[in-house]
Design a protein around this ligand. Structure first.
Ligand code: NDP
Ligand code: GDR
Length: 327
C-alpha cells in the first residue's frame, strides 16, 4: 500500500498544525482545507512556526460550502479525515450563534456527507468537546456522562457529535468522536484564557503592559497540551472499530491558579496586575470540568504527558520570545 492520505479541516488552527506535523512524521501525505481571506500569507502562520508550511497541500474550501468540500474530496481521495474546523471560541458563539451553528454544527455534516458519498472507506474523526458536558451532571466526566451544553458553541458541537454517532450507526462509517477537554500550547489563539494570560504576563514582564483583565477566575478547567492530544486523535482512527473517547488529564485547576503559575514563572505575582472585568463574564458559564481519561488510556494506550506547570511555562517563554523578537 502507498502512503496514506489524510485530509484535515481546520489545518491552520492550533490542533490542525500539530496534527499535520504528527501525520507528516508518520509519512502521511497531508492535505488541508483553508478558507480564503484577504490576509494572504498570514493564515498559515502556525504551519510556518512548525516549519511544515511547504510540506502540506492546502486546498481552498469552506465548511459551509458543501460543493467546495466535495471538490476537495474528489481531488484528495482521503484515507483519513479529521474534522477540526469550527467557530471554536465559546464567547463568540453568543455573538454569532447562527454562524456557529452553520460551521460547528452543520459544517460537520457536510464533511460526513462527503465521507458517506465520496469516501465511504475513509476513517473520520470529529472534534467533539467537553463543552458538551456544560452544567455538570457528574463530578468526573466520562463517555457515559449526560450532556447539558451551556453555550451556542456547546449546542452546535453536541449536534455534530450525535450526527457522527448517527452516521456510524446508519451507514457503518468508521466515524469516531474525540471528546477533548481544553488543550493549549504556544500556538493557542490569543483569545483563549491560557494564552491571554501567558501573553499578558510576558508583556507585563517586558514593561509593555501593567494590567491583565480577566473574567471568571474561579472557573476550573482540565488543561492538557495540544501536542499530546493530537496523538489521541490519530490513535482513534487506527482502531479496528470506531468509538467515542474522552481525552483529558484527570486534574482540574482554577483560572486563578493557572494565572499564578504564569506570574510565578517570571518572578512576579498577580497583585497590582490582575483586574477582574465583569464584561468578560459569560451569559452562562461552565464552572468546572474534570475528565476521566480511563477509557482512552486503556483502549488506545494514550496518556497525557505534559503537566500544566510545564505547559504554562513553555507558553510564557514562547510569548517572551515573540515580544523580544518584536522589540
Ligand atoms: P482553532 O480555533 O485554533 O482552529 C479552528 C480552525 O477552523 C481554523 O483553522 C479555522 O480557520 C477553521 N475554520 C473556522 N471556520 C471555518 C470555515 N467556515 N471553513 C473552514 N475552516 C474554518 O481551534 P483548535 O485548533 O483549538 O481546535 C480544533 C477543533 O477542536 C475545533 O473544532 C474546536 O472546536 C475543537 N476543540 C478544541 C479544544 C481545545 O481546547 N483546543 C477542546 C475540544 C474541542 P482560520 O485559520 O481561517 O480561522
Ligand atoms: P473554553 O476556553 O471556553 O473552556 O473553551 P477559554 O480559554 O476561552 O475559557 C476557559 C475559562 O476561563 C474563563 N475566563 C476567561 N476566558 C477567556 N477566554 N478570556 C478571559 O478573559 C477569561 N477570564 C476567565 C472562562 O469564563 C472559562 O470558564 C475552549 C475552546 O477551545 C473550545 O473550542 C473547546 O471546545 C473547549 O475549550 C473545551
Amino acid at each position: 500500500m502507498g502512503e496514506k492520505r489524510a485530509l484535515i479541516t481546520g489545518i491552520t488552527g492550533q490542533d490542525g498544525a500539530y496534527l499535520a506535523q504528527l501525520l507528516l512524521e508518520k509519512n502521511y501525505k497531508v492535505y488541508g482545507v483553508v478558507r480564503r481571506s484577504s490576509h494572504a500569507g498570514v493564515f498559515d502562520h502556525r504551519l510556518k512556526w512548525l516549519n511544515i508550511a511547504d510540506k502540506v497541500t492546502l486546498l481552498d474550501g469552506n465548511l459551509i460550502d458543501l460543493s467546495s468540500l466535495a471538490r476537495i474530496f474528489q481531488e484528495v481521495r482521503p484515507d483519513e479525515v479529521y474534522n477540526l474546523a469550527a467557530q471554536s471560541f465559546v464567547t463568540a458563539s453568543w455573538q454569532q450563534p447562527i454562524l456557529t451553528g452553520e460551521v460547528t454544527g452543520i459544517g460537520a455534516v457536510h464533511v460526513l456527507e462527503c465521507v458517506r458519498t465520496l469516501a465511504p472507506q475513509a476513517r473520520f474523526y470529529q472534534a467533539s468537546s467537553s463543552e458538551m458536558f456544560g452544567l455538570i451532571q457528574e463530578d468526573v466526566q466520562s463517555e457515559s456522562t449526560p450532556f447539558y451544553p451551556r453555550s451556542p458553541y456547546g449546542v452546535a458541537k453536541l449536534y455534530a457529535h450525535w450526527m457522527t454517532v448517527n452516521y456510524r450507526e446508519s451507514f457503518g462509517l468508521h466515524a469516531s468522536n474525540g471528546i477533548l477537554f481544553n488543550h493549549e500550547s504556544p500556538l493557542r489563539g490569543i483569545e483563549f484564557v491560557t494564552r491571554k494570560v501567558t501573553d499578558g504576563v510576558a508583556r507585563i514582564k517586558a514593561g509593555l503592559a501593567t494590567e491583565l483583565r480577566l473574567g471568571n477566575i474561579d472557573a476550573k478547567r482540565d488543561w492538557g497540551h495540544a501536542k499530546d492530544y493530537v496523538q489521541a486523535m490519530w490513535l482513534m482512527l487506527q482502531q479496528d472499530k470506531p468509538d467515542d473517547y474522552v481525552v483529558a488529564t484527570g486534574r482540574t485547576t482554577t483560572v486563578r491558579d493557572m494565572c499564578n503559575i504564569a506570574f510565578e514563572h517570571v518572578g512576579l505575582t498577580p497583585d497590582n496586575h490582575l483586574v477582574i472585568d465583569e464584561k468578560l463574564f459569560r451569559p452562562a458559564e461552565v464552572e468546572v470540568l474534570l475528565g476521566s481519561p480511563a477509557k482512552a488510556e486503556k483502549a488506545l494506550g494514550w496518556r497525557a504527558e505534559t503537566s500544566l506547570e510545564a505547559m504554562i511555562c513553555e507558553m510564557v517563554d514562547a510569548d517572551l520570545a515573540r515580544i523580544g523578537a518584536l522589540a
